[in-house]
Design a protein around this ligand. Structure first.
Ligand code: ATP
Ligand code: MG
Length: 235
């Protein structure tokens, strides 16, 4: 579904990505792990067109998207939930969810999609009139995922959904990621520092270190890899 080839990104004189390759098969969950500053967010930003690549190719569903504008990329069904969530703090939960659907013209289907989102995240239903800025961090993460789902993505890229969230809620959020992958058939590219959980729910994983992929394998194998164990799974 998504093929990243020889992707280079520079920020001025700093090279953030030195030609990386990543494959995300249709219907799978693939995880990208790496330390702070490794280039994980840069990778997602380049795929969604927010950050321009200097070199390389990004093929989504058989078509080159590396030169497309971000709104065109979203329009093709590739949705990015950025780090820090970026919800609209002054809008209500419901308004935020509807913002996710702004590019759709099948209003009749919104009701069913909202029902599905409220079904997987009941907390959002209870708080649908609450202003989003007053939600807890974990609830804001649920809202960011819910809003992304309202765009009817075929592929969802999640940037550290566990960041700053209590372990119990992280587990819930990861269960929901698996659920939308299974039930809605949404392909997922997951960026995480919580390598343990991420490798548990994904089929394949990549390890990024200072802008280079240093390891890639089936997630189950990566969990047994001595280097991964030492550096990313706490020994
Ligand atoms: N807009 C920018 N201008 C200059 N340098 C940047 C910019 N954005 C990122 N960088 C640099 O690029 C490198 C990769 O950053 P990136 O945000 O992709 O890392 P990350 O793996 O997501 O890290 P973290 O786990 O801390 O979120 C870092 O060294 C960062 O300082
Ligand atoms: Mg990041």
């Amino acid at each position: 579904m998504l093929q990243i080839r020889d992707l280079h990104v520079n920020y001025g004189a700093i090279t953030a990505l030195h030609g990386i390759n990543i494959d995300v098969p249709k219907g799978s969950i693939v995880t990208l792990i790496g330390a702070n500053g490794a280039g994980k967010s840069t990778t997602l930003r380049a795929v969604s067109g927010i950050t321009r690549a200097q070199k390389g190719s990004i093929v989504f569903d058989g078509e080159e998207i590396v030169h497309l504008a971000p709104h065109k990329i979203v329009g093709r069904g590739l949705c990015h939930v950025p780090e820090g969530r970026m919800i609209f703090a002054n809008l209500s939960v419901m308004e935020n969810l509807l913002m996710g659907a702004y590019r759709r013209n099948d209003r009749k289907a919104f009701g069913g999609d909202l029902d599905y989102i409220f079904d997987i995240f009941p907390r959002l239903k209870e708080r649908k009139a609450q202003s989003a800025g007053t939600l807890s961090g974990g609830e804001q993460q649920m809202l960011a995922i819910g809003r992304a789902l309202m765009s009817k993505p075929r592929c969802l890229m999640l940037d550290e959904p566990s960041l700053g969230i209590a372990p119990l809620l992280v587990k819930t959020i990861f269960e929901k990621i698996v659920e939308v992958n299974k039930n809605l058939g949404i392909t997922v590219l997951l960026v995480e520092q919580n390598a343990n959980l991420a490798l548990e729910i994904s089929q394949f994983g990549y390890v990024l270190e200072t802008g280079r992929i240093i390891l890639s394998d089936a997630s189950a194998k990566l969990r047994e890899d001595p280097q991964v164990k030492e550096c990313y799974l706490g020994g």
